[in-house]
Design a protein around this ligand. Structure first.
Ligand code: GLA
Length: 390
């Protein structure tokens, strides 16, 4: 479904349920993580893109107190108010919206009450394309527009991440929210999660991405994501004892320093750190390849990243491994799992002219293994925006 169709349906669905047309509407995209896996919370760097799938939030004021939230995808309504923090006594999806509203109320020092909200999206939940960040960011964008307030986008990203930590229980980094807010049409973005700087990275015009979803759903909060994060932080602390310069995060450890010291730290933590340190280095090398227009070398970084996910970070699945292998044989320039892992989707980077042939070949290769993934071509797109109302 196109973004416009999503927006139209959110609008009519809102009017039907709440008997009032929305007075504010906002759109926020999902993302693909192209390279730099689990580096964001280690203060590293990532190449990602906002995509042309996302969420629309439509809202209108109501004379009734509290907030009524309609999830059009699942045809359900949840009620909550913002007098207390903490997760809702209701469906999990309501937490992202409640979290954002609750924190915006504090940040803007104003009561948020008496609102009907509808959301609708084109990102399947659990597909690894950051449906939760798209929901958080579209909520924040719409509610701020309703309040007639603006906040620094960096602050919005941090606030949405807090909603994820405090209301949904996933200790994620800032990648998903950055991608959804700062995405640029036809570009990747390079985010540095130490300096918090974001730069657009232009790709040759004939490069496009496929999202391949074997439909093994995942939820970050239920996955070993938080455990992996804790291991990375443990590795940084242990390495700090052996390295001459201060180590605040794995970003401070070069591949050479790591190779020299890894035997001295906990082997399980070292295995996770090997992935993150390798990924940060790969993002640097990928930037050199992109600048040189060498898409084959950049693609190889994606394959290498996936191998490191499978071997070192153990956040792949047999289905994702099969998809990446099939993409390689089908002629993709590169492929890897995208996002947190433990399920979700893989991406493949392909030349536009060969996208259909690669899709066909990869599906043919996976069929004997009983895998029939959804394959979708996605376009790097711009970030969240307030939409005009009719
Ligand atoms: C999820 C998290 C992000 C990031 C990726 C892995 O998408 O939400 O913050 O850690 O996993 O790179």
């Amino acid at each position: 479904m196109s973004a416009q169709e999503i927006i139209n349906q959110a609008t009519t669905g809102h009017t039907r349920t709440f008997q009032q047309a929305p007075t504010v509407r906002a759109w926020a995209p999902g993302r693909i993580e192209v390279l730099g896996n689990h580096t964001d919370y280690n203060e590293g760097t990532v190449l990602s893109a906002a995509i042309d799938l996302g969420h629309c939030v439509a809202l209108s004021p109501s004379p009734k107190p509290g907030i009524r939230l309609q999830a059009l995808d699942v045809d359900a309504v949840a009620d909550f108010d913002l007098t207390t923090g903490g997760p809702v006594d209701g469906p999990g999806w309501a937490n992202y919206v409640k979290g954002v509203c609750y924190l915006l109320q504090q940040e803007c020092n104003t009561a948020i009450d008496g609102l009907d909200i509808t959301f609708f999206g084109s990102i399947p939940m659990g597909s690894g394309l950051s449906s939760s960040a798209a929901l958080e960011v579209s909520t924040a964008t719409a509610v701020l527009a309703w309040l007639e307030r603006t906040l620094d986008p960096l602050l919005i990203a941090q606030l949405c991440r807090r909603a994820e930590h405090e209301f949904a229980g996933a200790n994620c980094g800032l990648l998903d929210q950055f991608s959804s807010l700062f995405g640029q049409a036809h570009c990747l973005i390079h985010s540095d999660f130490r300096s918090l700087e974001v730069q657009p990275v232009e790709l040759p015009h004939d490069i496009t991405f496929l999202v391949i979803n074997p439909r093994v759903p995942h939820r970050l909060a239920d996955s070993p994501y938080n455990e992996r994060r804790a291991r990375c932080e443990q590795a940084a602390q242990e390495l700090a004892q052996w390295l001459p310069d201060p180590v605040r995060a794995l970003r401070d450890v070069t591949p050479a320093a790591f190779a020299a010291q890894r035997a001295k730290i906990d082997p399980a933590a070292a295995q996770r750190a090997a992935h993150v340190i390798g990924e940060i280095d790969r993002v640097d090398r990928a930037m050199t390849h992109i600048r040189a227009g060498d898409m084959e070398a950049f693609g190889q970084c994606l394959f290498d990243s996936h191998a490191s996910s499978a071997d070192n970070f153990e956040n792949s699945t047999p289905e994702l491994d099969a998809v990446v292998e099939a993409a390689r044989h089908a002629g993709a320039l590169g492929a890897r799992l995208s996002g947190g892992g433990f399920g979700g989707s893989a991406i493949a980077m392909v030349r536009q002219a060969s996208a259909a042939a690669v899709t066909e070949a990869l599906l043919a290769r996976l069929q004997p293994a009983g895998l029939t993934p959804d394959v979708l071509a996605v376009t790097p797109s711009s970030g969240a925006t307030v939409l005009p109302v009719d």
